[in-house]
Ligand binder design. Sequence first.
Ligand SMILES: NC(=O)c1ccc[n+]([C@@H]2O[C@H](COP(=O)([O-])OP(=O)(O)OC[C@H]3O[C@@H](n4cnc5c(N)ncnc54)[C@H](O)[C@@H]3O)[C@@H](O)[C@H]2O)c1
Length: 371
Amino acid sequence: MKVKIFGAGSIGNHLTQASRRKGWDVTVVDIDPAALKRMKEEIYPKRYGSWDPQIKLMTPEEAPKGGFDVIMVGTPPPARLKVAMEALEGKPRVLQLEKPYFVPMLDESLKRENQEFMEKAKSLGIKVVVGYEYALGESAKKALDFISDKGFGKIRVLEVAVREEWSGALAAHPWLKGPADTYLGFWQKGGGALSEHSHAIHYWQHFASHLGLGTIDEVSASMRMVKDALLDYDELTYLNIKTDQSFTGTIVQDVVTDPPYLSLFIQREKAFVKWLRRSVPGKGNVETITYGKKDENGWLVTTEDIPVARPDDFYPEINHIADLLEEKVKIEDSPIRLEMGAHVTAVVTAAHESRLNNGKFIKVTKYAGYR
Ligand SMILES: NC(=O)c1ccc[n+]([C@@H]2O[C@H](COP(=O)([O-])OP(=O)(O)OC[C@H]3O[C@@H](n4cnc5c(N)ncnc54)[C@H](O)[C@@H]3O)[C@@H](O)[C@H]2O)c1
């Protein structure tokens, strides 16, 4: 299998390593020759032990356009759809775009760019996915399997939080001094808590879709902004959401909580599930699932710990792409299909509109192709 990955930064390295683990042939392309050098000499050997000489490193001019089964776009969000449009010309069978799918689309020209990309991808019949890998992890599947049992009664609560101080993202970029050096410090460039930690919106929607709770349709946002001469981003965002089936829920995302954690909580009448991901000293990342079941004797609560090394987050995504290539999974059934990723950006867009309108509930636009 031949793969081309745009972006030799933090995510480009993760996707390269996961693809090489799968035995795929990888070409990494970056507009910045210093980034290619840094990948080979610093990031890759430090993270994974040694450089892999099979990986090809090229500037866009040197790299062939076509002949790849899979193309992945791991650039910062503002460049995403421009690079993705060019990638479609290469006619890959699967196109993977990193999260967030795009910048908030408050501007007409950005909405048009999104529309054109979605229509072109659809007309060429290329399978497009967006890199919300947590939904593909083993623990997410276990939590969903458990709580899907209709015998547990009505769903009362669905809440998700991704609370992680900047240092996590910046530690993966030792060459940056702070968020002002990159898109991270600017909400309009796809930075800030809401876009950077949009895994939470995707996770919420993923569980809501599977539990028959509908699609996020309206959002009200409360954000704490950081705005000065150098920066303009939300550091703490609370979202109240309503689905098209009148289910209400909450999402919290921030770049201030330290130590960081990701969490999901679902309450049914006779069961609950809590999923918590955090870093445990000496053990690395651990995902803990707490299962609760209620019967005539009261609550029975059990827990399970699943350790997840960071590179293992991306391997299930590569396996999922392989399943799409081999048609073991249909794109319509993929938890990370384009429509899910684009809807997350639509929620982010509506949330910023809500912030600019004193927290008013704003309708979320459903973009072309969304089902
Ligand atoms: N799924 C995840 O868990 C996860 C993890 C980390 C980052 N990300 C996402 O990946 C994206 C990139 O983040 P990062 O931390 O790797 O950034 P980064 O700054 O480390 O790397 C981005 C690279 O893209 C290159 N680039 C920019 N424009 C390009 C173009 N037109 N063609 C080729 N290369 C180009 C830059 O030179 C840079 O080397 C962000 O959207 C981020 O949110 C996702």
